[in-house]
Design a binder for this molecule. Structure first.
Ligand code: NAI
Length: 243
């Protein structure tokens, strides 16, 4: 069991990539905290995944809520070994139409939320002198995209945040890495029209979108002791789209 005796907190794990990571971590022996702002879907996912998972409702953009929920998790499970900052949203619009609310909402959840949860959890990781932090970025944070200035900026921010955390926390035996997925089949990409999907597929050397399970396997590696010499990295998982 690669993650035997480990406790993992995964944000935005009610569905999509987060839920696939939770499932894979449980298969490898971890105790998993499924957290999400969506209580109905989160409870359902935790029930589906069985006794090794528990659901905690947490909006990552609300500082108080993050701090009290993380304290509750530590009180209940005694520790957090692995944090996966996975929760994220899109709110696509061309720049001319993008309001400051559109901008701030995406930055607040994707970037500030990642900061808030990391800050709350890292204190415990520092005390236990062990931790694995995995941040969900995106290839869009590396290459930008039409209609996604807010999302691209938030994910570029997550990448820079990851590298800064990796430098600050390395001496505490905590690794911090980012995963940059390309197009993965989840509710986030379901919203794209068939035309747009076909156009994107032409840009992917492997000729297809990825599955949440593909990302889960990379997260498993970064969460495991096998990756102990990897920190501050951004690993693309995108069928070769960005190389
Ligand atoms: P999804 O939309 O299927 O799932 C995201 C989950 O995050 C949902 O359950 C949602 O309720 C939760 N969430 C949203 N706002 C939240 C908040 N404030 N607090 C707590 N939870 C919140 O999305 P998907 O595709 O699984 O994405 C997961 C992560 O992967 C995101 O950070 C996304 O930006 C990133 N990503 C996804 C790609 C894709 O092609 N699907 C590509 C690149 C990155």
């Amino acid at each position: 069991m690669i993650l035997g005796k480990k406790v993992a907190l995964i944000t935005g794990a009610a569905r999509g990539i987060g839920a696939a990571i939770a499932e894979r971590f449980i298969q490898e022996g971890a105790q998993v905290v499924i957290s999400d702002v969506d209580a109905d879907a989160g409870t359902e996912t935790a029930e589906r995944l069985g006794d090794s998972s528990r659901f905690y409702q947490m909006n990552i953009a609300e500082e108080e809520e993050v701090n009290t929920t993380v304290e509750r998790i530590i009180a209940d499970l005694k520790k957090i070994d692995v944090l996966v900052n996975n929760a994220g949203i899109t709110n696509d619009k061309l720049l001319l139409r993008m309001t400051s609310e559109d901008w701030e909402r995406v930055i607040k959840i994707n970037l500030t939320g990642t900061f808030l949860v990391t800050k709350a959890v890292m204190k415990h990781m520092i005390k236990q002198r062990y931790g694995r932090i995995i941040n969900m970025a995106s290839i869009i944070g590396l290459i930008g995209n039409f209609g996604q200035a807010n999302y691209a900026a938030s994910k570029a921010g997550v990448i820079a945040f990851t590298k800064s955390c990796a430098k600050e926390l390395a001496s505490r035996n905590i690794t911090v890495n980012a995963i940059a997925p390309g197009f993965i089949e989840t509710s986030m990409t379901q919203a794209l029209s068939e035309d747009i999907k076909q156009n994107y597929k032409k840009l992917i050397p492997l000729g297809r979108f990825g599955q949440p399970e593909d990302v889960a396997l990379l997260a498993l590696y970064l969460a495991s002791d096998q990756s102990s010499y990897v920190t501050g990295q951004v690993i693309c998982i995108d069928g070769g789209m960005v190389m």
